[in-house]
Design a protein around this ligand. Structure first.
Ligand SMILES: *Cc1c(COP(=O)(O)O)cnc(C)c1O
Length: 453
C-alpha cells in the first residue's frame, strides 16, 4: 500500500502494522468526514489495506468476512482478477475522454452488451456516476420526454419505505425519514403509494390514476426488493399490476435496479423475475462488479425519440464530468462476461444456503420475521423498529469482533454476500447471528480467515 516512496506523508515501507494503523487513523481523525457517521460517538473506523474474494484484511492481516458486499456493490468477489486486468489494460491505453462529441469502444461495447441482457425494449444507455445520478437521470428523462411532446406530466409516484439515493431528486422520490426530514421543504412533492409488502399498492395506484392520471409522469419502484427501507420483499404479481396500469395510463415505469441488478434477486435483473419491461431502468452498484463507480440509465427508443428534434431546446441537457469513464466501462464489460460463466450456479448455491439457515431461524426466540429473495437474506430482530434502533449497532459490533462484517438496517440484519462466498462462510455468518440471538456478547473468537473448501 505504501510503495509510493515519493509521498512524504506515507509511512515508509516495512513499518510495523501498529504504526501503519496509527498513521491512517491519525489522518482519518484529523481530516476525513465519513458517510452516515456520527463522528461525535462513532468508534474508530477499521483501516482496511487489502481485499480478496469475500474477505477484507486490516493492517494486521486480520480477516473480515464481507457479508454485505461492501455496501451491496461487490458481485463476483473483491479484486476479481479478470476485472482487475481489464482495469489495468484500459487505464494504460485510454483513461478518460469527454463524452460529448466523442465516443469510445468501452462505452459502445458496454451499451450493446447491456442492451442484449436488459429487459426487452430498453435500447438506449445514458451513463452517469452512481445510483443516485442514475435515478436523477431517469426522473428527468421521464418528465422532459413528456414536456418535449407538449404534455405537462410532472408528478412522480413512489413507494413507502423507498430509497433511491441521497441527491435531492432521489431523496424526494425516497421515503421521508430521519435521513431527509431537515430538507423536507426543499424536496418536490411525490405521490406516495403503499409498500407492496404491507399495503394495497395496486388499489392506491388505481385511485391515483383516476384522480391525477394526466399529471403522472412515472411510477418509480425498487422492483421486488425495497432495500435500504428494510430489505422488504414484494410480489411479482404487484410489479406486473403496476406495469399493466402504468402502460394503460401512458405513464412510465422506472425500475430502480441499483441494488437488485446484476443477479442479486436471481436473474440478472429483478424485472426479469416478473417478466416486466420498464420504460427506464437504473443501474449502478454491481455494474462494474463493485470495483469502480459507474451509473447507467437504460431507456426505451420511444423516450429517446422524444428528445430527437430540430428544436435544440428539446436536448437532454444533462451530463457528468466522468460520463462513461472508459476504465469503469471496461470493468463493467469484464464483469458482464463473468455473468456468462458460472455466476448463476454460485447464486443459486447461495440462495439455497440462505434458505436452509432461514428455515432454522424462523420462529426462533428474538426473530420476528425472515425474508429472502435470491442472494439477499434478511432477519428482522424482535426489537424496536427503525434505523436508529440500538440492536443493529450491537449486532454490528459483536459480529465485527467475530470477524464478520454486518451492517443491520435498524433491527433488520441481512446477509448479501459476494457470489464467491462459500457455504462454509455463509454458515459462519449465521453462526454469529445465532450466538448473538442466544445472548452471547463474548470475547472475540474470530473466523480464522478464508476457509479451504
Ligand atoms: C444504493 C441505492 C441507490 C443510490 O446509489 P448510490 O450509488 O449510493 O448513489 C439508489 N437506489 C437504490 C435502490 C439503492 O439501493
Amino acid at each position: 500500500m505504501y510503495d509510493d516512496g515519493d509521498e512524504d506523508d506515507a509511512a515508509p515501507p516495512g513499518e510495523p502494522a501498529d504504526l501503519q494503523r496509527q498513521h491512517i487513523l491519525l489522518h482519518d481523525t484529523a481530516h476525513v468526514w465519513h458517510p452516515y457517521t456520527q463522528h461525535h460517538q462513532a468508534p474508530l473506523p477499521v483501516p482496511i489495506v487489502r481485499a480478496k474474494g469475500s474477505w477484507l484484511y486490516d493492517t494486521h492481516g486480520k480477516p473480515l468476512l464481507d457479508a454485505i458486499s461492501s455496501w451491496w456493490v461487490t458481485t463476483h468477489g473483491h479484486c476479481q482478477p479478470e476485472i482487475v486486468q481489464a482495469i489495468t489494460d484500459q487505464a494504460a491505453s485510454l483513461d478518460q475522454v469527454i463524452f460529448a462529441g466523442f465516443t469510445h469502444e468501452p462505452a459502445t461495447a458496454l451499451a450493446a452488451e447491456l442492451v442484449g441482457r436488459l429487459p426487452r425494449g430498453l435500447t438506449r444507455i445514458f451513463y452517469s456516476d452512481d445510483g443516485s445520478t442514475a435515478v436523477e437521470v431517469a426522473i428527468k428523462l421521464s418528465v422532459q420526454s413528456f414536456a418535449n411532446r407538449g404534455q405537462s406530466r410532472r408528478l412522480i409516484a413512489a413507494l413507502d419505505h423507498a430509497y433511491h439515493g441521497d441527491t435531492f431528486g432521489a431523496m424526494a422520490a425516497g421515503a421521508r425519514s430521519v435521513f431527509t426530514n431537515m430538507y423536507e421543504p426543499l424536496l418536490f412533492d411525490v405521490a406516495r403509494l403503499p409498500d407492496p409488502s404491507e399495503g394495497d399498492t395496486l388499489a392506491a395506484l388505481d385511485a391515483l390514476i383516476a384522480a391525477r392520471g394526466k399529471e403522472l409522469a412515472a411510477v418509480i419502484v425498487e422492483p421486488l426488493l425495497i432495500g435500504a427501507g428494510g430489505m422488504r420483499v414484494w410480489d411479482e404479481s404487484v410489479l406486473q399490476g403496476i406495469r399493466e396500469r402504468t402502460s394503460a395510463a401512458g405513464v412510465h415505469l422506472i425500475a430502480d435496479e441499483v441494488l437488485t441488478g446484476f443477479g442479486r434477486t436471481g436473474p440478472l435483473f429483478a424485472c426479469d423475475r416478473a417478466d416486466v419491461r420498464p420504460d427506464l431502468l437504473c443501474m449502478s452498484k454491481g455494474l462494474t462488479g463493485g470495483l469502480l463507480p459507474l451509473g447507467a440509465t437504460a431507456a426505451t427508443e420511444d423516450i429517446f425519440d422524444a428528445f430527437s428534434s430540430t428544436d435544440r431546446r428539446k436536448t437532454f441537457f444533462h451530463g457528468h464530468s466522468y460520463t462513461a469513464n472508459p476504465i469503469a466501462c471496461a470493468a463493467a464489460l469484464a464483469s458482464l462476461q463473468l455473468f456468462d460463466e458460472d455466476s448463476e450456479d454460485e447464486r443459486v448455491r447461495i440462495e439455497v444456503a440462505h434458505m436452509r439457515h432461514l428455515a432454522t431461524l424462523e420462529g426462533t426466540k428474538g426473530v420476528r420475521a425472515v425474508r429472502q429473495i435470491g442472494t439477499v437474506a434478511a432477519v428482522e430482530l424482535d426489537a424496536p423498529d427503525g434505523y436508529l434502533s440500538d440492536i443493529g449497532r450491537e449486532l454490528a459490533a459483536f459480529s465485527l469482533e467475530q470477524g464478520i462484517l454486518l451492517r443491520p438496517l435498524g433491527n433488520v440484519a441481512y446477509c448479501l454476500p459476494p457470489y464467491c462466498t462459500t457455504d462454509r462462510e455463509i454458515d459462519a455468518v449465521y453462526a454469529v447471528l445465532q450466538r448473538f440471538l442466544d445472548g452471547e456478547r463474548a470475547a472475540p473468537i474470530g473466523t480464522g480467515g478464508p476457509f479451504d473448501d
